[in-house]
Design a protein around this ligand. Structure first.
Ligand SMILES: [Cu+2]
Length: 108
């Protein structure tokens, strides 16, 4: 959880220094953004295999802001969030070629 939070802060706000985490940055920068993207939004509902969110625009993959159901990838980490939370959303391309949720983090 902590490592994910650090990398999210690093890539979105450039607020965290590399020294703060002491580990390499997993996502490697924008060259790899076709596989993993971050955005923010509001979590409306948690289902068994999907979540319903209103997410902000994601220019890296050409998505406008919208409300939608997103599938949860296998092993997705959503332990720290509840319905109604403002969240940071980490998406990855799933085996079927469409994006799913790798992790959700409470945004406050
Ligand atoms: Cu969407």
């Amino acid at each position: 959880m902590r490592k994910l939070l650090l990398s999210l802060a690093f890539s979105t706000a450039l607020a965290a220094s590399a020294a703060a985490s002491g580990t390499s940055h997993e996502h490697g920068g924008h060259a790899n953004m076709a596989e993993g993207v971050h955005t923010t939004g509001e979590l409306h509902a948690i289902g068994e295999n999907s979540v319903n969110v209103s997410h902000d625009p994601i220019p890296d993959i050409g998505w406008p802001a919208m409300r939608m159901d997103l599938p949860l990838l296998e092993g997705a980490d959503i332990d720290g969030v509840a319905e109604g939370d403002k969240v940071m959303i980490m998406l990855e391309m799933g085996p079927d070629g469409s994006y799913g949720v790798r992790a959700l983090e409470k945004a406050e």
